[in-house]
Design a protein around this ligand. Sequence first.
Ligand code: SAM
Length: 289
Amino acid sequence: MGRGIVTLLGPVEIRELAGRLGLRPTKKLGQNFVIDGGTVRRIVRTAGLDGDDVVIEVGPGLGSLTLALLPEAARVIAVEIDPVLAAQLPRTAADRAPELAGRLDVVPADALRVTAAELPGSPPTALVANLPYNVAVPVVLHLLAELPSLRKGLVMVQSEVADRLAAPPGSRVYGVPSVKAAWYADVRRAGPVGRTVFWPVPNVDSGLVALTRREPPATTASRAEVFAVIDAAFAQRRKTLRAALAGWAGTAAAAEEALRRAGVDPSSRGERLAVTDFARVAEHRPLHG
Ligand code: SAM
């Protein structure tokens, strides 16, 4: 892949561009823009792209990360919900990376709903994004489900969310995001990021999360059936699985029977179970109704 010349956006350029667009960053859309070139380069380096990768970037914003991705990927598909930012991005790329701007496709859409069919060209192989923090987990889960072509990912999220996504069974913050992400991928924390690399400065620190796609657990239950058990188990986190899954199974006695047949202790709690255990429990759901 040709590298081309890219001039990254610095703090002055970000503020100037935002001023020119009359942009008032909103909390609702998680609009905190990275103003630090070192962080942008670190994200791209940690993503481990090869020149053939087609990257999907969610929430390119003013383009800080997009510009650094262009030299490292075959194409970048940037999905941005804010129409003003989506309209500006191709111009920014043409200004600052003229030789590489042809690699960029901007899709003005909500990443929570975007479908594979809406994305131009060959399907994305890597997700690299500084995610809008309020929807980070649902965006990651939606894209992993919707885009089987995604092999890897490197996302920046709120530090607590990074912990939750990468938590192993039994840890204090293990929960629905951890188990569902583990259905699709090996997930690990890939380093902390301080809040001062953003404008405006958010009131939380951030973290990088690396995802590597793997085969889902071998099970006769569907993903929806397994996810239904996960949701039920954590809806009442403090309860034993026997009690938490009573609604799912019909009665507490039926839940106990299903758990026993799946080889899971009915008096344990969801936070102890790996995704493979949830899959086995789903296979033993009693017929009721
Ligand atoms: N990537 C840029 C950077 O690092 O400076 C901006 C990151 S900012 C944390 C999040 C971006 O996601 C904003 O540009 C916001 O408009 C966009 N966004 C928020 N919700 C979105 C959604 N549901 N789908 C797509 N983009 C979204």
